[in-house]
Design a protein around this ligand. Structure first.
Ligand SMILES: [Zn+2]
Length: 374
């Protein structure tokens, strides 16, 4: 029988991976690779595993260690994620190499978590490899990746691989409903996210909910009215992205609260942890515009795709937005060309952080509104 770990037991839909991690939590190795498609629950499992490793009771889910770990805020946790397209060597040096060989802020293990580990650039992977080759006794390193084959073999061979399976859409809906989310909203979020549980949860619980889809609808409507409308559509999307970014900034103060004394000053022991939270937050704020713009473009693509489904007389079960009545006037070729323009914009923005977002959006919306281009 597997040892008890309530915090791990709560991770849904990945029985095999979770039972492996429960066994592992009792006597962990130095490094694990959590491999599987986006949205299958790797992040959730990694947080729960970190809690199980940091909690005195093996992951009770309620103590301070558990709560901080589940929130990505435990001082002994070092989290690395891509900044732009890559994970850079300086980040790995500062967040893994140095702390790995230093005393932990609190008297427990140190947990290193590398999200989207396949984005380590070669120099960063080399530095990580040095830590993996001589791992400090009190460190556990977790790599997460949806593209494990893109990791260097030298890194892969030093990790225990834990495989995560894709989740069925119905499972995502049931999970969200189990978390007290309204069933209609859960179904819509699951569909829009393509069965990605993490994204579905964010969509369903986001304060402004599916507001980005309203932005997408309005942008499509304006873009259809011609060149002036296309430029307005780009404006509209950027304004909404800016509001989203401002909201994120306000969250930082809340996140820092647990590490401040009664007078609102940082406690000495947590200066490092606070600095890391601030850094991570800055990265998130920097990414916010691109993230939001991507959601809007994704939603706009989904809307055009639904028009095609309706135009070819497809089954309503195939619609991504079953709650909307699809009334696009554009025909199949125009919708298909629009879809291509939107997806090209998403790919361009994901690939090159130096691109001017406004220009990319304007170009995509101009192509949408121009019947000749279609
Ligand atoms: Zn605990």
């Amino acid at each position: 029988m597997a040892p008890e770990s309530p915090v791990l037991e709560r991770v849904p839909g990945q029985a095999q991976a979770i039972s492996f991690l429960m066994q592992a939590a009792a006597r962990p190795h130095h490094a694990y690779l959590l491999a599987g498609p986006e949205g299958g629950g790797k992040s959730l499992a990694a947080r729960a595993f970190a809690a199980a490793l940091l909690c005195e009771r093996g992951g009770c889910g309620d103590c301070r260690d558990c709560r901080l770990a589940l929130d990505d805020k435990h001082p002994n946790e070092f989290i690395v994620e891509p900044e732009g397209r890559d994970i850079h060597v300086d980040t790995v040096r500062a967040e893994i190499w140095h702390p790995a060989f230093r005393t932990a802020p609190e008297p427990r293990r140190k947990i290193f978590m590398i999200r989207e580990a396949d984005r380590l650039n070669p120099a960063a992977a080399d530095v990580l490899l040095k830590v993996l080759e001589e791992p400090p006794a009190d460190a556990v390193i977790l790599l997460l990746s949806a593209r494990p084959h893109e990791l260097p073999e030298t890194v892969l061979s030093r990790c225990h691989v834990v495989t995560f399976q894709p989740l069925a859409e119905s499972f995502v809906v049931d999970t969200l409903v189990g978390e007290d989310i309204d069933p209609t909203r859960a179904a819509l979020a699951a569909r829009l996210s393509g069965g990605n549980l993490g994204r579905a949860r964010r969509l369903a619980t986001n304060a402004d909910g599916l507001a980005f889809r309203d932005v997408a609808l309005e942008a499509l409507r304006r873009a259809a009215s011609g060149a002036a409308g296309a430029l307005q559509a780009a404006d509209l999307v950027l304004e909404a992205a800016d509001r989203y970014k401002k909201g994120l900034k306000e969250q930082l103060d809340e996140e820092l609260a647990p590490f401040l004394d009664e007078r609102g000053r940082p406690e000495d022991a947590y200066r490092g942890a606070i600095r890391r939270l601030e850094e991570r937050h800055k990265r998130r704020v920097r990414r916010a515009e691109r993230d939001y713009v991507d959601w809007v473009l994704m939603a706009a693509s989904a809307l055009l795709r639904d028009r095609i489904v309706v135009a070819v007389g497809g089954d309503a079960g195939l619609l991504i937005n079953p709650d909307l009545s699809t009334t696009g006037r554009a025909g199949i070729p125009a919708s298909a060309a629009g879809l291509a323009a939107l997806e090209a914009a998403r790919a361009a923005l994901a690939e090159d952080l130096n691109l001017n977002t406004r220009l990319v959006l304007e170009q995509a919306f101009l192509r949408l509104g121009d019947p000749l281009a279609a």
